[in-house]
Design a protein around this ligand. Structure first.
Ligand code: TPP
Ligand code: SF4
Ligand code: MG
Length: 461
């Protein structure tokens, strides 16, 4: 996809013109955008960039979140001519950048709580509007602050279509507090709060939230995913998001060397592999419809992405867990098919076959729901069988309304206000009972709960 950044000429730099230097490669960003026309250069390459998140913060070496935030905020500043307020959820980005009383932010920046950044940003936008200002608002948070604790506030912000760009920096766990699982942690990844040992350690399949798709379901003007492997794409998406008014959402994959157990110099490579495997699809959507996808240039098998990360080490040692690797590959294949990430004619035949036959439910969500339902049904039947009285009453007992001798024996339930009664154990069928008292899942055998209602005489005593 050709990207027109349209950076204003006023932001031209002092970098010497290309004519003065003999370049060995032009027309590519492979060796950095110094070789591109000034107009096409990234905002970050501009010596007059805003440095919204400046040096001196305390992020770990190779932190994807620091890198992503720096690019995103500088672009948002550029797009708003420097008239921007940033609101931050609690998390690594907030903690490493702002150990009170210091801060690495050079933009007006506000932190309140872990879960309320969308609501605070909504308030800031409303305040600016009330003051007649055109100040733009960006809210940002980690995956925990976004997909878990802040999700209610975020959904409200989407629903009201508040004029805020929300950026989620997804490092797939609660990193700031010691790598706990979040709703964005991928299946099988090991965290401090997932199964540490046993036959299947790590996060389970079939849970978690796909926040970009949830945002799309709100039909907000703009949703995009991005990674720190393609920072120009991230810049492009932030700039594009800033062209819209209303609620906008960008979900950025940001590898975390500490939490993923990876060397700090592999952050970009890992983010790229996440997209090239199909594990993290990169796309844009407007008003709920996907409008563009980043095609996979070099399809890679999922294990290439997993094998250098210590959080997935148990999939390869002491021996390869082929079954789990196949399930993870199926997630990639389903994404490739769902988003059209690779042209069919670019795929080897066997890979194409695998992609086309990838299950629609690779994580086994529906299978586990069905299994849980069957288990519940079995457990209910067992407990009902245990609590059923051994002695059966004769048929007429059901029709013996208000028989005090049975009521005294605890065998008759009379509901005088309803003008009906029934015995505690089923001699009748489900059809004999009012709907509210039926259990439909037990093959018409009614096992109503015992409730002993005292007889009229007893009541009067
Ligand atoms: C209500 C509340 N619960 C828990 C915390 C502790 N806490 C602070 S940051 C954080 C995790 C943040 O995770 P995430 O949003 O993914 O950001 P990351 O640190 O990974 O960038 C937690 C649990 C808190 N500050 N407030
Ligand atoms: S723990 Fe992870 S997210 Fe937090 S500063 Fe370190 S690398 Fe960045
Ligand atoms: Mg996180």
């Amino acid at each position: 996809m050709k990207v027109e950044l349209g950076i204003p000429a006023t932001r031209e730099t002092d970098i010497p013109s290309r004519d003065a230097v003999k370049f060995y490669q032009v027309g590519s960003y492979a060796v950095g955008n110094r070789l591109a026309d000034v107009i096409d250069r990234s905002i970050q390459s501009d010596p007059h960039r805003f440095n919204s998140l400046t040096s001196g913060h305390r992020a770990c070496q190779g932190c994807g979140e620091a890198l992503g935030a720096r690019y995103a905020l500088d672009t948002a500043m550029d797009a708003s001519d420097g008239d921007l307020v940033a609101v931050n959820a609690t998390g690594c980005l907030e903690v490493f950048s702002t150990p009170y009383p210091e801060s690495a932010w050079t933009v007006p920046w506000l932190h309140s709580l872990f879960g309320n950044a969308p609501a605070v940003a909504t308030g800031v936008a409303a305040a600016m509007r009330a003051k007649g200002k055109e100040t733009r608002v960006v809210a940002q948070g980690g995956d925990g602050g976004t997909v878990d604790i802040g999700m209610g506030c975020l959904s409200g912000m989407f629903e009201r279509n508040d004029d805020v760009l929300y950026i989620c920096y997804d490092n797939e766990a609660y990193m700031n507090t010691g790598v706990q699982r979040s709703g964005a942690t991928p299946p099988t990844a090991r965290t401090a709060t997932t199964q540490p040992v046993g036959p299947k350690p790590g996060n389970v399949f079939g849970q978690g939230k796909d926040m970009a798709r949830i945002a799309m379901a709100h039909e907000i003007p703009y949703v995009a995913t991005a990674t720190v492997a393609d920072l120009r794409d991230l810049e492009y998406k932030v700039r594009k998001a800033m062209e819209f008014h209303g609620a906008r959402y960008i979900h950025v994959l940001v590898p975390c060397p500490l939490g993923w157990g990876t060397p700090s110099n592999e952050t970009i490579k890992l983010a790229r592999l996440a997209t090239q495997t199909g594990f993290f699809p990169v796309f844009e959507a407007e008003a709920g419809e996907v409008t563009s996808v980043q095609k996979i240039r070099r399809p890679a098998p999922i294990e290439e992405y997993l094998k250098t990360q210590r959080r997935f080490a148990h999939l390869f040692k002491p021996e390869r867990d082929e079954e789990t690797l196949a399930r993870l590959q199926a997630i990639c294949d389903r994404n490739i098919r769902r988003y059209g990430l690779i042209e069919e004619d670019m795929l080897d035949e066997d890979v194409l076959e695998r992609v086309l036959s990838a299950p629609t439910d690779p994580e086994g969500r529906y299978a586990s729901i069905r299994q849980a339902a069957a288990q519940t049904k079995r457990a209910k039947a067992e407990s009902a069988a245990q609590s059923a009285p051994t002695e059966k009453l004769p048929d007429e007992s059901f029709s013996t309304v208000m028989r005090p001798e049975l009521a005294r024996d605890g065998l008759l339930m009379a509901d005088a206000s309803q003008g009906r009664s029934h015995t505690t154990a089923g001699s009748g069928t489900a059809e004999d009972r009012p709907l509210s008292e039926r259990r439909m899942d037990e093959d018409d055998v009614v096992l109503a709960e015992v409730e002993v209602v005292p007889s009229v005489e007893e009541e009067q005593k």
